[in-house]
Design a protein around this ligand. Structure first.
Ligand code: COS
Length: 383
């Protein structure tokens, strides 16, 4: 289907597709098995100028938006959703700086992120604050022209690999969502450490660890935006980032369809390729319909979010739910087409099922996305 890409957008897809086909697909089983962090793949994405797609040109980026990032992520996820997660998480870590950071913070960090020399991470979640993001307990207390951070962030993607972390803290407990403040914490700051790598069901090569802050002194010039505005910036960053998670579902769904269709064409049973049986071809047809519908919705939502960032919550949530639920079903259906081979680790489909599950959970569970959509509808219909 023609989605009317510009020449530059076609180029982004081509470059990312080549990295996926030549570097990621041949190595994904190895990285899944060993759980090694795919540093060399991220370097390749950086060398191909894909790390700064969403970063403004004046800070060394391509000057695109979440849509250009979505195009690259789709191809990376078609190869491996774990690697795509590491790639997407750096963007989520950088978005608060782009949205609300001072000129100084932008100049200090964005050019290196764009060049692929610096990875970022986004540190919001805590053991008691998952869906209820404003229940975070990590504190920042002012001490002269510094702030002292204490607390533990949980399940932070890229932790231990990233050089900078946008950390969301509470600076005024009495002000609820208006009492949160974001700081940029560097991995070399005293009082910063990470926990051991978590053992996960899927996206195993991506690094997921605790971020521990113990009397971590950060200068006031590393506050992102103003004191007390952190929660709003977080919500805006998630609106920009969620189409990126949605498109991981599209890439994964497409990969599952590719495997299932190729298998169905060569697998002979009852004297014929199994694709000639309606029971099989209808599974493939339904997968293809759902994948294309998800792709169209994700592209539309990403373009809408870039054009109208203040009205992006509902569309970002809609595409995240639709595409990630689709990916879960498409990967399971692909395994059904492959039969016993779909269950074997020798084939890539079982990994796709394991990888798909987290898409329905992270960056806001699909239940939270439905809340966001419901609240938006409630507002729209009371006008
Ligand atoms: N853009 C700008 N502001 C927003 C916003 C958005 N998209 N969404 C909410 N806000 C504002 C609200 O307007 C409100 O401002 P006021 O204090 O001025 O009224 C404030 O933020 C708090 O919003 P709300 O009351 O809706 O917050 P809740 O505590 O009820 O939580 C949800 C809202 C559930 C949407 C939020 O906690 C969430 O997204 N949870 C999932 C978190 C998540 O994605 N975690 C994954 C981490 S990354 S792997």
């Amino acid at each position: 289907m023609d989605y009317f890409f510009s020449e530059e957008q076609e180029m982004i897809v081509d470059v990312a597709r080549r990295i996926s086909d030549e570097l990621i697909i041949p190595q994904r089983a190895h990285f899944d098995e060993t759980e090694e962090y795919p540093r060399e793949i991220l370097s390749a994405l950086g060398e191909a100028d894909l790390c700064g797609l969403y970063i403004p040109e004046e800070y060394g980026g391509f000057g695109g938006g979440s849509f250009e990032m979505v195009l690259a992520l789709e191809q990376v996820a078609r190869g491996c959703a774990g690697m795509a997660t590491a790639f997407a998480a750096s963007a989520l870590g950088a978005y608060p700086i782009i949205i609300s950071g001072s000129e100084e913070l932008k100049r200090k960090y964005l050019p290196d992120i764009a060049a692929g020399k610096l990875l970022a991470a986004f540190a919001l979640t805590e053991s008691g604050a998952g869906s209820d993001a404003s229940a975070i307990q990590t504190t920042a207390v002012q001490d002269g022209d510094h702030w002292v951070l204490n607390g533990t962030k949980q399940w932070i993607t890229n932790a231990g690999e990233a050089g900078i972390y946008t950390v969301i803290t509470i600076t005024d407990r009495n002000r609820g969502a208006r009492g949160a403040t974001i700081f940029v914490v560097e991995d070399r700051d005293r009082g910063f450490s990470v926990g051991p790598k978590e053992k996960k069901m899927g996206i195993r090569c991506s690094s997921t660890r605790e971020v521990i802050l113990k009397d971590c002194r950060i200068s006031a010039d590393r506050i992102v935006g103003r004191v007390g505005t952190g929660f709003i910036t977080v919500m805006k960053a998630l609106d920009l980032s969620r189409p990126g998670i949605a498109v991981l579902g599209v890439g994964l769904g497409q990969a599952a369809l590719d495997e299932a269709t190729l298998y169905a064409k060569q697998r002979i049973q009852f004297g014929k390729p199994i694709i000639s049986f309606q029971a099989v071809s209808h599974i493939l047809a339904d997968m293809a319909i759902q994948i294309e519908a998800a792709r169209a919705l994700v592209y539309a939502a990403a373009r809408h979010g870039d054009a109208h960032p203040a009205q992006a919550s509902k569309s970002a949530a809609m595409c995240k739910v639709f595409a990630t639920d689709m990916a879960m079903k498409a990967t399971v259906d692909a395994a059904q087409v492959l039969g016993g081979y779909g269950f074997m680790r020798e084939y890539p489909v079982e990994k796709m099922i394991r990888d798909a599950k987290i898409l329905q959970i992270y960056e806001g569970t699909n239940q939270i996305q439905r809340n966001v959509i419901g609240q938006a509808l409630n507002k729209e219909y009371s006008r």
